[in-house]
Ligand binder design. Structure first.
Ligand SMILES: Cc1cc2nc3c(=O)[nH]c(=O)nc-3n(C[C@H](O)[C@H](O)[C@H](O)COP(=O)(O)O)c2cc1C
Length: 340
């Protein structure tokens, strides 16, 4: 079981995460894997309420579930079981499969956030439908904007939020901390935003930091506008109420969409600034006609382009440990079996 669990965690950590912070830790024992948030990797400026951290955990959980199915295991999930000492998502594996398209598993290795300019070509209706169907998770809604006419009104929110972000020195400081300006640095840390994946040249770190400090908010807003205009469609992910379980489900929904897009050879990238700047998020929610309790938390663009270099991940050994607590309470709690 240990080998299969380690294999599943290897697929889990290929998931996307905000700033590639990989804010997760895994513990396992017998047939149970626990996924913990790693608050040491939170982003106080870009993600003040930790919603993006929990969305990232949801992405990792979804990869794990899809990989488990591929290797012949069904994964049952408990969100924040009350008797656990630390908040976690608990996954129990049993032999058996659910009816899941195996191409999603194959897409885990190929998926990436593709941040280059897209080709503007229309996405066929049945593919758009497949993407929307992939997002059906409890507590999550999506809205789709196809073609220039529907996309254009969103640009103002994106530009405003981008301008605010890049006018904020604390935000910039945090962003720079997570950028890996060359391959050596990216490989060494195994995390962070790898400049090659963003279409920027490799430079020494000191030079990269200097360039970042010189970026003008208006220049960045213009760069982002061009990316949006090249896109075929945009998709907003909405949490039906602002709580951790919904954030995790939103991450699962997003990852399922990202993998489905990969299967269909459609690229995606985030343009999350309007969801992160609270005042802009409110304006966006009003534009979308959302009731007060519903929050737009992820905004992605979709389209066609070439793959870019892949970023790195920390190794499984840096994020995983065997659960050596004297007795696991998880299965007793559910009354299913004892695991001495
Ligand atoms: C919750 C969340 C928020 C993200 N926000 C942004 C964003 O605003 N801009 C961006 O370029 N990428 C964003 N990303 C993408 C991550 O930076 C990306 O997943 C990470 O760098 C790893 O790269 P990969 O997805 O290609 O594996 C986000 C990802 C997640 C899960």
């Amino acid at each position: 079981m240990r080998n299969i669990i380690e294999l599943l965690i290897k697929y889990a950590i290929k998931a996307p995460s905000v700033h590639n912070t990989q804010p997760w830790r895994f513990a396992y024992r017998n047939n149970v894997i626990k996924v913990f948030p790693d608050y040491n990797r939170r982003l106080p400026m870009a993600d003040q309420d930790d919603h993006a951290l929990f969305i990232s955990l949801g992405c990792a959980v979804e990869n794990l579930v899809i990989a488990a199915n591929h290797f012949g295991y069904r994964a049952d999930i408990d969100y924040f079981p009350p008797l656990e000492n630390n908040e976690c998502i608990r996954i129990r594996l049993t032999e058996g499969r659910v009816d899941l398209d195996n191409r999603l598993f194959e897409a885990i290795d190929n998926r990436q956030s593709t941040r280059n300019r897209y080709k503007g070509r229309k996405i066929p209706g049945e593919d758009m439908k497949a993407l929307q169907n992939a997002a059906h998770y409890e507590g999550v809604r999506t809205l789709v904007f196809s073609g220039q006419q529907e996309i254009l009104p969103l640009i103002e929110f994106i530009k405003e939020a981008s301008f605010l972000r890049f006018s904020n020195n604390s935000f910039k400081h945090e962003l720079i901390y997570w950028i890996r300006f060359n391959t050596r640095e990216a490989k060494q840390t195994g995390d962070g935003l790898y400049t090659a994946s963003m279409g920027f040249p490799s430079v020494p770190s000191w030079l990269g930091r200097l360039i970042m400090r010189l970026i003008k908010p208006s220049g960045e807003a213009k760069r982002v506008e061009k990316l949006v205009k090249s896109s075929s469609a945009m998709m907003v992910f909405i949490a039906e109420s602002n709580q951790k379980k919904n954030w995790i489900n939103l991450g699962r929904a997003f990852e399922r969409v990202a993998l489905t897009a990969t299967v269909l050879n459609i690229k995606h990238a985030h343009l999350n600034m309007p969801c992160e700047e609270i005042e802009v998020r409110k304006k966006l929610a009003a534009y979308l006609g959302l009731p007060d309790n519903q929050q737009p938390l992820l905004l992605i663009r979709l389209g066609y382009s070439e793959f870019m270099p892949y970023p790195f991940r920390r190794s499984i050994h840096r994020v995983t440990y065997e659960d050596k607590s004297p007795q696991t309470i998880e299965l007793q709690e559910s009354g299913i079996e004892s695991t001495k």
